[in-house]
Ligand binder design. Structure first.
Ligand SMILES: CCCCCCCCCCCCCC(=O)SCCNC(=O)CCNC(=O)[C@H](O)C(C)(C)COP(=O)(O)OP(=O)(O)OC[C@H]1O[C@@H](n2cnc3c(N)ncnc32)[C@H](O)[C@@H]1OP(=O)(O)O
Length: 155
C-alpha cells in the first residue's frame, strides 16, 4: 500500500469535498490507496461509520453514505489510474480532475455499522477522458454493495 492517500495529493482548492476532502471537518475524509491482492492491483479505502451514519433501520448504515463512499473512492481511483497511465505522480500538473458522470449502486444486503468497512475499486477501462470503475463495499468478509462508475476528466 502506498503511503500517501490519493486525496492527500489533491491541490488545496479541491480539498473540501464532503466525501473525501482533507480540509472539510464536517465530511467523511475518505482516504484511498493502491492495494495489491491476488496479483491484481486494486484501490482500497476503509471507513468506520459513526452512530449518526445510520439509515432508517437501527444498526445499519445509511444508503447515501454507502453511495458517497463509492463515489469518492471511484473518482480518486480513476484519477490515480489516469496518472499512472501517463507515468506521472499524482497531483502533478496538469491536474487530472475526475468527476462522477454516472454511478449505479446495488445494495446487496444491509451494511452493519459496528465494523470497519472496506471499499475496493478497479479501473477496468480508461478511454479518452472517461474511466469505468468497478466498486465494492464489504465488512466482516460479507459483500454488502457493489457499484459501477463512469468518471470523466474535466477539460
Ligand atoms: C490529483 C488531482 C485530483 C484533482 C482534484 C479532484 C477533486 C475531486 C473531488 C472528489 C469528487 C467526488 C465525486 C463527485 O461527487 S463529483 C460531483 C458530481 N458530478 C458532477 O457534478 C458532474 C456533472 N457533470 C458534468 O460536469 C459533465 O456532464 C461531465 C464533465 C461529466 C461530462 O461533460 P463534458 O462536456 O466534459 O464531456 P462529454 O459530455 O463530452 O463526455 C465525455 C465522455 O464521457 C461520456 N459520458 C458523459 N456523461 C456520461 C454518463 N452519464 N454516462 C456515461 N458516459 C458519459 C461521454 O459519452 C463521452 O464519452 P465518449 O463519447 O468520448 O466515449
Amino acid at each position: 500500500m502506498s503511503k500517501q492517500a490519493f486525496q492527500d495529493s489533491y491541490p488545496a482548492e479541491f480539498s473540501h469535498c464532503y466525501g473525501c476532502g482533507r480540509d472539510n471537518p464536517h465530511g467523511l475524509q475518505l482516504k484511498s490507496y493502491w492495494h495489491l491482492s491476488a496479483d491484481k492491483e486494486h484501490t482500497i479505502a476503509h471507513f468506520t461509520p459513526k452512530p449518526y451514519h445510520t439509515g432508517g433501520v437501527p444498526d445499519n448504515a445509511y444508503g447515501g453514505l454507502i453511495a458517497s463512499l463509492l463515489d469518492c473512492h471511484g473518482t480518486a481511483s480513476a484519477a490515480a489510474a489516469a496518472y499512472k497511465a501517463q507515468g506521472r505522480d499524482m497531483g502533478t500538473a496538469p491536474i487530472l480532475r475526475f468527476v462522477t458522470a454516472s454511478l449505479s449502486v446495488d445494495f446487496l444486503r444491509p451494511t452493519p455499522m459496528e465494523n470497519k468497512l472496506t471499499i475496493l475499486g478497479e479501473v477496468i477501462q480508461l478511454e479518452g477522458r472517461k474511466a469505468t470503475v468497478k466498486l465494492s463495499l464489504s465488512t466482516n468478509d460479507q459483500l454488502c454493495a457493489t457499484g459501477t462508475m463512469i468518471a470523466v476528466a474535466l477539460k
